[in-house]
Design a protein around this ligand. Structure first.
Ligand SMILES: *Cc1c(COP(=O)(O)O)cnc(C)c1O
Length: 364
């Protein structure tokens, strides 16, 4: 099955056991608990923190799209990342991309650090840096590619080859590319993390997170952690994610084609001094000639919305320095190039001419 078909049918093929009506859209099982027919009997569903048919459907869909054994659905992307971190114990070392999503950095620096998990941030796009960062205590490599917001690309297959037979989990946050454009598990990753809030939902209307595991053993560990810590996805939000994923393919194609044109256009603008676009996906970061130009754009855009987040049908513009990356210590932020001249664009599916017109007017 091709990816665009899988977005619509992957989970429908092994349709949920509870769907006996033939409903085409997945029913929302808005129930916390499930009754037993008799002593020692179960329908397979007992309590919705552990499993719920609608949520299970979203998990089957995301697992199928990523080519994983099984997925676990969470209330948010951060709940997904936080749960993955529960796989580790005090003294474990994790190598992480230095240009990560701000929320992941906050989690690692505050909560993981408190639990004595040592996070070593490096530029994972530099393979020799990855190689020299590996120690006998390294238990995982956590990669975001392309990075947020500087769009640096890490070669996941090459990192996987570097790990070789070592007992190190390769974890990839695949939020930016989505399973439609990239499948980390097929390139040697062990775990894929998603903020389902972004492209999977696609409409800026739902928070969600997913963890997809390559092996049943890892998937079972994540599932037990999920039901134990409890930040699960609600049935209604699972329904919205399933609905969103049906159009993932056409949304990614359109927003990517818009992004390619906008990146080219930005490069021709005298007030834009740098454009960061990895030739894939629909996220673009760019630098302006002055802080004033950057802030003018934020004040003047009309169609484009000045808001955090990404991956929806609406084009959003973000100011990483005060929004997504406000909690990254200033020196670290500046060292990574996240200054007050940097803007990040999540390109939506509007007509590209309208997006460019809006940017053009905001640059005047
Ligand atoms: C948004 C985001 C997260 C966190 O997801 P939430 O759903 O906001 O909790 C994690 N990683 C990346 C790359 C993100 O963009």
């Amino acid at each position: 099955m091709k990816p665009e078909t899988a977005c619509i049918h992957a989970a429908a093929l092994n349709r949920n056991k509870s769907n006996t009506t033939g409903a085409v859209a997945v029913p929302i099982f808005q129930t916390s608990t499930f009754a037993h027919l008799g002593f020692g009997q179960s329908t397979g569903y007992d309590y919705s923190r552990t499993q719920n048919p609608t949520v299970e459907h979203s998990e089957e869909l995301v697992a199928a799209l990523e080519g994983g054994r099984r997925a676990s659905a969470f209330a948010t992307g951060m709940a997904a990342v936080a749960t993955v971190m529960e796989l580790f114990k005090p003294g474990d070392e994790i190598i992480a991309t230095d240009d990560l999503y701000g929320g992941s950095i906050r989690l690692f620096n505050n909560i993981s650090a408190k639990n004595n998990i040592i996070i070593n941030y490096i530029d994972t796009s530099d393979l020799s840096a990855v190689e020299s960062a590996i120690t006998p205590a390294t238990k995982a490599i956590f990669i975001e590619t392309p990075t947020n917001p500087m769009m640096k690309v890490t070669d996941i297959s090459a990192v996987s080859r570097l790990i070789g037979e070592r007992d190190i989990l390769l974890i990839v946050d695949n939020t930016f590319l989505t399973p439609y454009l990239f499948n980390p598990l097929a390139h040697g990753a062990d775990i894929v993390v998603h903020s389902g809030t972004k492209y999977l939902s696609g409409h800026n209307d739902t928070l969600a997170g997913f963890v997809v595991a390559k092996t049943s053993e890892l998937a079972e560990k994540i599932h037990v952690l999920k039901k134990t810590t409890g930040a699960v996805l609600s049935p209604f939000d699972a329904f919205l994610i399933i609905r969103g994923i049906k159009t993932l393919a056409i949304r990614m194609e359109k927003s990517q084609s818009n992004a390619r044109k906008i990146a080219e256009w930005l490069k021709s603008q005298p007030k834009i001094t740098a454009v960061y676009y990895p030739e894939q996906g629909a996220m673009i970061s760019f630098k302006t000639d002055s802080v004033k130009t950057a802030q003018n754009i934020l004040n003047k855009v009309e169609l484009i919305l000045y808001a955090e987040s990404l991956g929806g049908v609406e084009t959003l513009i973000t100011y990483p320095a005060t929004q997504t990356h406000a909690d990254v210590p200033e020196a670290e932020r500046l060292a990574r190039g996240i200054d007050e001249k940097l803007l990040r664009l999540s390109v939506g599916i509007e007509a590209v001419e309208d997006i460019i017109n809006d940017l053009e007017n905001s640059l005047k």
